[in-house]
Design a protein. Sequence first.
Length: 458
Amino acid sequence: MKKALTLTVVAALLSACSAAPVPDMAERRETVIPGGLPPMNVFATASATPPRRGNAGIAADFLDLSFEMESGRPIPVMSRFEGPVTVTVAPGAQATLSGDLDRLIARLRSEAQIDIRRVPFGGAPASITIETLPRARMQRAVPDAACFVVPRVSSWAQFRRARGPGGTLDWTTLTEREHAAVFIPSDVSPQEVRDCLHEEIGQALGPLNDLYRLSDSIFNDDNYNAVLTGFDMLVLRAYYDDALQSGLSRSEVAARLPAILDRLNPRGEHSGGTRPPAPDRQWIDAIEQALGGNAPTQVRIAAAERALSIATNRRWTDVRLGFSYFALGRLTLSRDAQTSLRAFAEAGRQFDRIAPNGIQSAHVNMQLAAFALSAGEADQALSLVNTALPAAMQGQNATLLATLLMIKAEALELQGRMSEAASVRLDSLGWARYGFGRDQDVRDRLTEVAALSPQNRS
């Protein structure tokens, strides 16, 4: 299940507008878009970078992902689809879903070596059925979910009937997967739909857990990775390897996994590494209260501070420490700009230590670039943005990419480079249409970024 952990750059940048140390705003320049919005940009199919970690650590991650639910409940045996996998889409999905689904299936076939294909809706029930419905209706049933997948059903109506006493929606009772339904909001941006396709189809096929410690996986509720990564494709390929099958216990899979990974990922056979730390429920509870709830801001800040204290006291060196600093920076934006700036800077140092110039650092750079732009430091803003752009493109995050380009356009204008700024701004809008969806949301984001620049305030 993809959780709605409010980790979007939308909320972050809105906070940055009010938190930055700049003079009071009396008015904002109206942002003019010559000729209206350009066509939507979309990402082409691209293979992900293979994981660089050793196979021993990947095996431990595989087992934790595959034999526990997100709640910590154990999964007694492995389950998967046996035989070819079919995917269908119920009527009513937005237009971009089909192309994104085709690109995802192409990657699953080529990278994960899964026998998977699309079939028309309305025939025999497919292995995986994708159904879209209004977010409000979906969240009345599962309040915290951005989207989710359930077993043994093929429609929303079947899901509603199966939710009662004695229902059959418990993943831990499966020994083999035959049918699953993925539910995605119909009234969100194309990128949100795409992100849900990747995570929920990934979980419909394979691992059901999410681990915050993973820096290179979509199976992580920090929402940094938007599409299935090279690590994820390796996990799914191992999940469907001929040496495994439904019904195996954790110990049986653990005995077979080293040989499977050494065959599929020879570069990781002799790599070093230590056993990754187990999930920490205290830290998870604190971070989810900080970023996922409706509590007062001060309560959420206290939860972020508690998460940071836990990560520091446990002496963690994985991405959870950086994520704790990032959460604190997010939540203090509107109350204490200096604390927020220090937290983001420390988050960036932690992320760069683990994955230099990776997607986590790109999110941090966006925040720091917003601060720099607001302070009139155009050179610093451009440096931060230019460093972050490759990771945003590689990670196929149009929301982040568009925001970075909008900041770059404003910084170029501060330097008097008007024609370059206009070109960059136009490029940002094509990505913004995919990332934010509605034209009005695109225009609102453009205006919000423009308001950061000192030349647009009087």
